[in-house]
Design a protein around this ligand. Structure first.
Ligand SMILES: [Zn+2]
Length: 157
C-alpha cells in the first residue's frame, strides 16, 4: 500500500546492512542455521561441514552471502570447527564481548547482517601469522570454491 509518509522520513541508512525480522530469517534458514546464526548457538565439534575442509575458495555468510574468510587463512586447529587466523577483511566482521558460560570471550558476527559466526581466541600458541583463532561454525558459512562463483559445476581434474 502507498503511504503518505514515503520519502518524508527516509534517513540515509548504510546500504550494505541486511536487516530482516525473526520471521523472515526463520523462513530463509534451516532450523540448524537459525539456531546458530540468529540464536548464537554452537554446532557440535567434528560434525560441521567444513572443519576438515582444505578446498580453495571463499567462505560466505550463509545468511546474507557476504564474503567473510578465504581458504588461505584457514588452518588445522584440530578443535573440531573451521578455524581461520584472520578474516578476509576487518570490516567483514564485528566483535562483541561475550561473558556467557562464565568465560570472557569475543563473539564474532557478520558485519553485514549481524548473524552469529563463532568466537575468536588469541594467544593459544598456534603457528599462524596472527596467533588468533577465528573458531567458526560450519553452518554459519557457505564455501564457494574458486572458479565456481557462477553456480556451475566446479572444474576438477
Ligand atoms: Zn551475514
Amino acid at each position: 500500500m502507498w503511504t503518505a509518509t514515503r520519502g518524508a522520513s527516509v534517513t540515509d541508512q548504510p546500504t550494505r546492512t541486511v536487516t530482516k525480522s525473526e520471521d523472515e530469517w526463520r523462513q530463509e534458514l534451516t532450523p540448524e542455521e537459525f539456531a546458530v546464526l540468529r540464536r548464537a548457538g554452537t554446532e557440535r565439534p567434528y560434525t560441521g561441514e567444513y572443519w576438515d575442509t582444505h578446498t580453495t575458495g571463499v567462505y560466505q555468510c550463509r545468511a546474507c552471502g557476504a564474503e567473510l574468510f578465504r581458504s588461505d587463512t584457514k588452518f588445522d586447529s584440530h578443535c573440531g570447527w573451521p578455524s581461520f587466523y584472520a578474516p578476509l577483511a576487518e570490516d567483514r566482521v564485528r566483535y562483541i564481548h561475550d561473558r556467557t558460560l562464565g568465560m570472557e570471550r569475543i563473539e564474532v558476527r557478520c558485519a553485514t547482517c549481524d548473524s552469529h559466526l563463532g568466537h575468536v581466541f588469541e594467544g593459544e600458541g598456534y603457528d599462524t601469522p596472527t596467533d588468533q583463532r577465528y573458531c567458526m561454525n560450519s553452518v554459519s558459512m557457505r564455501l564457494v570454491p574458486d572458479g565456481d562463483d557462477d553456480g556451475s559445476a566446479p572444474a576438477r581434474g
